[in-house]
Design a protein around this ligand. Structure first.
Ligand code: C5P
Length: 236
């Protein structure tokens, strides 16, 4: 069982000068927190971080670990980065039947407990699955380009997808090799496009994706609280 962290994005929505995976959070780059959570799972044989070609920052900020690999084969989209990273895993000896947990660098508050819950729920499943949360808010669809409500949607049966998402390396790579797959924004969509139904495994609100400036402050507060209260999430 392997982990893959796509970390080749530019993070432009945060408006910072550097890619968001390197923004400091609680004294360390965001990526360091995400990698630490996955390395905390002894079930994972290795954790591979995919960065942009020529990006040397990850190598500088991540502490050497026998289970950590950094590959600079990131692509133009998240799916392209995942595809290139999966190919590297196979080239390095992983088998197509092996599981891979793909996790966003930008979900830096994921807990070891949530990752283990995903593994336990999926390791004997035929398809695999993802962490996700039932939608709690009332959903509105805007009317055209206006800031006016066009409709209220039912939240019945709706979930918000999170990561990690856990699938067989071969099946995922096969799906990503289709030309229309490179625009898909998560692994579950790739598996769904092959006619399969991934398992929904309850995630946690702390595992949000840092996207906007307010998310940075919230992530930092959570990480500092965990550091002050070890055993409440971040550590195994
Ligand atoms: O931009 P977004 O927040 O959706 O990115 C999700 C994850 O995918 C981030 O960890 C980001 O670094 C990664 N990504 C990537 N290659 C890209 C775009 C995004 O690895 N071309």
């Amino acid at each position: 069982m392997y982990a893959l962290i796509p970390a080749a994005g530019s993070g432009t929505r945060l408006g910072a000068a550097e890619p968001k995976q390197y923004l400091p959070l609680a004294g360390e780059p965001m990526l360091v927190h995400s990698v630490r959570a996955l390395l905390g799972c002894a079930e994972l044989r290795s954790v591979t971080v995919v960065v942009r070609p020529g990006d040397t920052r990850a190598g500088q900020c991540l502490r050497a670990d026998a289970r950590l690999r950094i590959v600079d084969c990131g692509g133009a989209t998240r799916a392209a980065s995942v595809r290139a990273g999966l190919q590297r895993l196979l080239d390095a000896g992983a088998r197509p039947r092996d599981w891979v947990l793909v996790h966003d660098a930008a979900r830096c508050c994921v807990s070891v407990g949530a990752v283990r819950r995903l593994i336990e729920a999926c390791e004997h499943d035929a398809v695999g699955g993802l962490l996700a949360l039932p939608v709690a808010d009332t959903l509105k669809r805007q009317r055209g380009d206006s800031r006016r409500v066009g409709a209220t949607l039912s939240r019945e049966g709706l979930w918000q997808a999170q990561t990690p998402q856990m699938f067989r390396i071969g099946l995922l790579l096969e799906g990503l090799q289709r030309s229309d797959a490179l625009a898909l924004t998560d692994e579950s969509s790739v598996i769904e496009s092959q006619g399969l139904q991934p398992l929904l495994v309850e995630g946690e609100p702390d595992n949000f994706k840092v996207t906007l400036p307010g998310d940075l402050r919230l992530a930092e507060a959570l990480l500092l609280r965990r550091r002050a209260q070890p055993g409440r999430g971040g550590k195994p």
